[in-house]
Design a protein around this ligand. Structure first.
Ligand code: DCS
Length: 288
């Protein structure tokens, strides 16, 4: 299992404990990140940690360490656990205090982090996955990567119960994002994705993809699109740290295009792999 990080201590999982009045545990009062590691190196680590600090600020949670200090700790954790290809999960809660809704006058934020060895989702990326469509019932601050994920969980659970991999969420017929990913469509050689407003999480993978569009000559529009446009798209894919660029070949009962991963999606996947290699080196043994 390796070591876990609790505040500034590296300990075994069995040694770790969380107070029953930890605000993360009781209220979901905290923020988190999932960072990809390829070949022992963090991919877009800086962007993820910057977002963690931004999310913290948005919930008025002051972190008791700097981004540089946190980076060094996570680096140490990765090395200690000999993580090759996988993920680092980290979260910070407002800490333990007698249960009351308003913020406690005094509490010490609790940082926890652990690593997991997990390969790239090659099979899904090659053959494509399916998605359902669900009502986006979440709150109006989806730009914050907060621990409160019940709306996301209910949507994902519904998708899984229907034999689908992801739930594409919509508000009154306007597609926002996936339950744990951003959603993109391609229509007439143009990519569309919801703008980075309060209604979506501005994914780090999303940001990389928009840069890669310029590289491969695909024009894009950060404009909301409707569920009808989703069904009529030439290509659909979702993107996240763990799923990378995942083609969606069927939405509800409707095949996307010819029911196979689209050409632009495949080009983006190749460019994305190039971006990984550029930052993290060769991807030897990184596949599932
Ligand atoms: N939107 C939501 C709601 C997400 O939960 C995620 C990632 C994304 C978009 C994509 O963001 P990244 O590209 O920065 O990953 N969710 C993380 C999670 O909870 N597990 O893996 C990734």
């Amino acid at each position: 299992m390796g070591k876990i990080l609790v505040n500034d201590q590296f300990i075994s999982r069995e040694e770790g404990s969380i107070d029953i009045e930890d605000r993360g545990y009781q209220f979901g009062d905290g923020v988190y990140e999932v960072i990809r590691v390829y070949g022992g190196k963090m991919f877009t680590g800086k962007e993820h940690l910057t977002r963690l600090f931004e999310s913290s600020k948005k919930i008025l949670l002051e972190l008791p360490f700097t981004q540089e200090e946190l980076t060094a700790k996570l680096q140490e954790l990765m090395e200690m656990n000999k993580l090759h290809t996988g993920t680092i999960y980290l979260q910070v809660t407002r800490g333990a205090a007698p249960r009351q809704h308003q913020f406690p006058g005094q509490s010490k934020p609790v940082l926890t982090a652990y690593t997991k060895e997990v390969g790239r989702p090659e099979e899904g990326m090659n053959k494509g996955m399916t998605a359902t469509v669900a009502d986006d019932v979440r709150w109006l601050r989806c730009d914050i990567k907060s621990l409160n994920l019940l709306g996301n969980l209910l949507a994902k659970q519904e998708a899984m119960a229907n034999g689908s991999f992801e739930a594409i969420l919509h508000r009154d017929g306007t597609v926002t994002e996936g339950s744990s990913s951003n959603v993109f469509i391609i229509k007439d050689n143009q990519l569309h994705t919801h703008p980075a407003t309060n209604l979506i999480l501005n994914g780090i993978t999303r940001r990389v993809i928009l840069q890669l569009c310029n590289e491969i000559g695909l024009t894009y529009k950060e404009e909301a699109f409707s569920v009808e446009e989703l069904y009529a798209a030439d290509e659909v894919f979702m993107a996240s740290t763990t799923a990378e660029i995942m083609p969606l070949v069927q939405v509800r009962d409707v095949p996307v295009g010819d029911g196979k991963p689209g050409e632009w999606t495949k080009k983006l996947q190749v460019a994305f792999k190039g971006a990984i290699q550029q930052q993290c080196g060769e991807l030897v043994g990184a596949e599932e």
